[in-house]
Structures are given as structure tokens and as C-alpha cells.
Design a protein around this ligand. Sequence first.
Ligand SMILES: NC(=O)c1ccc[n+]([C@@H]2O[C@H](COP(=O)([O-])OP(=O)(O)OC[C@H]3O[C@@H](n4cnc5c(N)ncnc54)[C@H](OP(=O)(O)O)[C@@H]3O)[C@@H](O)[C@H]2O)c1
Length: 259
Amino acid sequence: MTASTTANPLRIALVTGGSRGLGRSAALALAADGVDVILTYVSNDASAQAVVAQIEAKGRRAVALRLDVGDSTTFAAFADSVKAALAATWQRERFDFLVNNAGVGLHANFEDTTEAQFDMLFNVHLKGPYFLTQKLLPLINDGGRIVNVSSGLTRFSIAGASAYAAMKGGVETLTRYLAKELGARGIAANTIAPGAIETDFSGGMVRDNPQVNAMVAGFTALGRAGQPDDIGGVIALLLGEGSRWVNAQRIEASGGMLV
Ligand SMILES: NC(=O)c1ccc[n+]([C@@H]2O[C@H](COP(=O)([O-])OP(=O)(O)OC[C@H]3O[C@@H](n4cnc5c(N)ncnc54)[C@H](OP(=O)(O)O)[C@@H]3O)[C@@H](O)[C@H]2O)c1
């Protein structure tokens, strides 16, 4: 029996991009649900350590590791550092939940998008989650779960997001294939597709640009832009015991954008 199927098991989640925004909210919501967390950051060591301290204040254990999801050549070494952290902090060889969340935004019309921008988005949003998940798979418990973070922009179209949304569309397709192929190990995989959320993402556009914020609120049924904590709880819910039969799904959390 794996750790994830015993009564009151210790569960460990690995959340990429857990130092800020949606990943931070997810890490804290998971900790509130009794889950320990390995979170990653790419440059913001101080923010990552602050999240670790907040998780520890909730009585859970947490470790922050550096990871660039846009550079797959580093993934083998990253898997080694995850292995080392699991052994040192938890005396375990595996974790339970992988949340592929880290990412950056880019606003550029189709006609202006450069190959360099496209390649960057491809590396961070599609190649990264694909090969990071592949590399970490031996470290995920049978019966574990994967949540990939996509975007509402795969269902509706807003000018300036063609390359970004195309990568997220790829992530959603990848998620269904992960569910198909990993089901034999009891691993479920789902996509969460947030609407526009007030984070640092895309230069803080949704939070800091009043026109963009009002536009988002105007076409959202619940009448406002999203907050990071509108998302973290949904990710924790998808990783909760009660959601164990949800598999290969795309769950949109957008307050009803463009319905
Ligand atoms: N905000 C939205 O409106 C929105 C809507 C739909 C989907 N999303 C998706 O939600 C996810 C999180 O976005 P967010 O709004 O929380 O963004 P955010 O507030 O800007 O936070 C981004 C997080 O990702 C990390 N990160 C950035 N580039 C990375 C890289 N190359 N390698 C590893 N980590 C990296 C950052 O680490 P550092 O702190 O070290 O920089 C940070 O923890 C992304 O996948 C995004 O596409 C966001």
C-alpha cells in the first residue's frame, strides 16, 4: 500500500512557481489541508523562503528549490535535488502531487510575435511541464495526482495571447494523455484553467491597469477580476481525497468569464 492510500497519510505536493501568485496560494491552501510542500522559484529566493515560513507556521513542512522550467537540461539535476530534499526532510523517496504552475505571460499580437518569444513560451509552458513531469514521474507515488495550470484563454480568445494560449492548449491535450497513460499507476491528471487573476503575471496587467481590470470585471459573470486565493483552493480541492475520481478534466475557475 502506498503512502497516499493509508489512513491519514502524509502527503507531499511539489508546486512549481510557488513563490508568488497562484502557486503561492496553492501551496498555502495545500498546507492548510495538511499537505507538506516542495515549492520552486526561479529568481525570487526571498519570496520562496517567506512561503516556506508561512507553511511552517501552519505546522507543515516545506522546502524551496530553484528550478527554471524553461531549461529542460536542468531537470535531471532538479530531480536529484527533489530526491535529496525528500530524504532529508521527510525520509521518503517519493511525493504525491505535482502541480505544474510556473510560468510567465506575454502580450503580443499575432503579427508582432517573434520566434524568440514563441520559443520562450514553448519552453516554459509546454516543453517544460512535459519533460519535467517525465523526469519526476519515478518520484511520484502510485495513486498520486497531477494538476497542470492552463488558462481560460484556451476557451475564449483575447487579442495578444495567440502564442501563450496555443501552449496552454497543448498543456490541456498533454493532460488528457497523462491521464490515459498514467492511469495504470493510479495517477490522475487534470487541468485547471484560471481566468484573469490579479498577480504579477504579464507585468501585473490585470491588477495594475485599471482599463484591463474593468474590462475583465465587465465580462466576468461574478463581476470582478480574480484574486490568487480564488485559485489556490481549487487546486487543493482537486488534490483532495474527495476529488479522487476526477480525471482527465479541464476545470475552469474564472468567475464565469465570457459565458
Ligand atoms: N494571473 C493570471 O491571470 C493567470 C491566468 C491564467 C493562467 N495563469 C497561469 O498561472 C500560472 C502562474 O501564474 P501567476 O499569475 O501566479 O504568475 P506570477 O504571479 O508572475 O508568478 C509566477 C511564478 O512562476 C515562477 N516562474 C516564472 N518563470 C519561471 C521559470 N522560467 N521557471 C520556473 N519558475 C518560474 C515565479 O518564480 P519567481 O518568484 O522566482 O520569479 C513565480 O513563482 C502560470 O502558468 C500562468 O500561465 C495565470
